[in-house]
Design a protein around this ligand. Sequence first.
Ligand code: ZN
Length: 139
Amino acid sequence: MSCRTYLKKHFVDTKNRFEVVRITKLVEDAVKESEIREGHVLVFTPHATAAVAVNEYEPRIVEDYITWIKRVFPPGAGWRHDEIDSNAYAHIASLVIGQSRVLPVSGGYVIRGTWQEILLLEFDGPRRRDIVIQVCGVQ
Ligand code: ZN
């Protein structure tokens, strides 16, 4: 018995300043390609103004996520970093929500709830956002 990891890199081109992109299929395809049946999958975005989260992807709730982000992390609220590039709110949203999530893999599939999608959250687009998917398992 040995441990094995499989790394897959993708990118997503976001089109708006705030955006929620469903990346579930990228993650599930990477798990399939890995041929790892039992373990976990890490989904990470190597950026300081974006985040990765797990939740429902339905147009109205997606709009609510963005409304919530703008309320909790208001752009232009006198942040010091805005003196440099006016995106302090995006750094703080990324800091709080987090740049990665880990999901269980069992039987070769990602375990998730019916309404749980894997989401890339853009706070300072449009930009090219890298996504790193690492599947870890016991073979
Ligand atoms: Zn910045």
